[in-house]
Design a protein around this ligand. Sequence first.
Ligand SMILES: Cc1ncc(C[n+]2csc(CCOP(=O)(O)OP(=O)(O)O)c2C)c(N)n1
Ligand SMILES: O=C1C[C@@H](O)[C@H](O)[C@@H](O)C1=O
Ligand SMILES: [Mg+2]
Length: 637
Amino acid sequence: MGQTVRLTTAQALIKFLNQQYISFDGEETPFVEGVFTVFGHGNVLGIGQALEQDPGHLKVFQGKNEQGMAHSAIAYAKEKLRRSIYAVTASSGPGSANLVTAAATALANNLPVLLLPADTFASRQPDPVLQQFEQEYSFAVTTNDALKPVSRYWDRITRPEQLMSSLLRAFEVLTDPARSGPATICICQDTEGEAFDYDEGFFRKRVHYMDRLQPSERELDAAAQLIRASRKPLLLVGGGAKYSGAREELIAFSQAYNIPLVETHAGKSTVEYTFANHLGGTGVLGTSAANAAAREADLVIGIGTRYTDFTTSSKTAFDFDKTSFLNINVSRMQTYKLEGLSVVADAKASIAALHERLGGYESEFGARIAELKSAWDAERNRLGGISFEREGFDPEIKGHFAQETLNEYADALGTELAQTTALIAINEAVSPDSIVISSAGSLPGDLQRLWNVKVPNTYHLEYGYSCMGYEVAGALGARLAKPDREVYAIVGDGSFLMLHSELVTALQTGNKINIMLFDNSGFGCINNLQMGNGGGSFQCEFRDHRGAIMNIDYAKIAEGYGAKVYRANTAEEVQAAIEDAKRQDVSTLIEMKVLPKTMSEGYDNWWNVGVAEVSGSEAVQAAYARRAEMLKTAKQY
Ligand SMILES: Cc1ncc(C[n+]2csc(CCOP(=O)(O)OP(=O)(O)O)c2C)c(N)n1
Ligand SMILES: O=C1C[C@@H](O)[C@H](O)[C@@H](O)C1=O
Ligand SMILES: [Mg+2]
């Protein structure tokens, strides 16, 4: 052993974080950008002391809610294509518990984040320490154990020297594209302040290489053979393609062999929609063009996709009798799906290598791609110009609300604005390199279908966990990653109510975000789901104890925090507000009252949801029968 340096566990942690670098395609950059903190007794005297004494290059932010700040950290990593992270420290007990949702969000989306919740005392001297719940069957169980199932790596530090092996393992996971996710290191609150003579070698600069996993010759031969045998292959672009930076290879491949390209939420904006062969989002929230191409395809080339239910319309989007799958993914597990041919490799490297093997090949899609795209573009135009009528209005979500109910909403909210019209107006008004971010409710569907991307990597949807409350916090993370871009959080009233406290952090730190608040006074998409499956309207509208539709002044709330706010209830007002918001340095909120049932829906999609098998309602029985019929056409696994 060489020289040693006497540090507390927390000081050693911060020193180590400063020395981690990532190397991707030959470019070497620091891996840990900073630390989000909510201090409590569990971490302020340990990690807090260490950061106050010497943060090194780490930026330190004071979060307002542990889940919120962890969402900011996750969004930052997503925007940085997983090549840079924030750490998040929480105090023990409730602070740790608040991290669970965020950890699961990171896990479902394969996004790296280092979680550092404090734990109870290693010595157990003060037990029960404040916030220790004393599980009777084991004092070793603490709130932090709830993070185990939602972490890619989890450890508890009860002695200072344990930190060394733990951190090495955590960073091995955080920098591995195949297993990227949350690494959680829980440090006992007394241990944080305990000192140890650390080997100085532990704090030397360490470079983590994110090498591109190359496909094998066998994989490439088999894949090329499969494509050559296909008449109508389809490129399905998932998040892995985006993280790998495969845009140019995908465009060249698609162009060379006239193969249409469709995308998942995570893959969206890897290739801009202005590319001629791009048919938009696929699956439950897909465009008519993408879903038609998927049904016609006899080979799906899935690139970095998890094939979620939303992507596959619960395994009904394809004609499984004739369609095969070629799955390119750095995760071997993902390549096994849908009986696909596995290529366990990096997307960019694989597409480039396959391109070289397909000379002379051409798909049989011919002019069909342009035909599908122009039909969809016409439909999108229609959705951008929906105008509400007081009589005989036929909303996109049909047969749920009678005209009187829609009129009641128009009166209560003082609006006639349709959601699709508002969203397309926003798409046209923001500068094309802006980042748009969302995660839950009905807006992801409209975004997936209607948000036309002109600049690559400008669409940020957390739809692995579809966690309400990600939008505002995520916008802050995206802004930290791209400080020169405008960032727009596209958020429903329900999601805003669930969690928006990092707006205060954005205002406090001068990191401008724009919140586009769609207020339809309710959990709109869930109301659609219940009513679309035979139910009534039950507990999803925001009505008060007298049955009146609630009209909440969200703009006033944001104004109270210090944001610049706008109220915009027509497409023109929305666009004018955006123009003014662009000129602001401060964070903004644009409140739009939109009518329920005016989000987009349909286009040959299906979602398998758990309809009641037994019910006194004929409508529910009918919904159950429809589901049973659809399941007959679905692939079972
Ligand atoms: C944390 C969390 N809780 C519950 C849900 C289930 N859920 C999905 S969408 C939704 C309602 C969303 O309402 P809002 O944000 O107003 O969007 P809208 O559907 O009205 O556009 C709910 C409760 C979720 N996705 N995330
Ligand atoms: O339950 C859900 C239904 C989806 O439509 C929605 O987008 C998502 O947020 C969700 O959780
Ligand atoms: Mg709503």
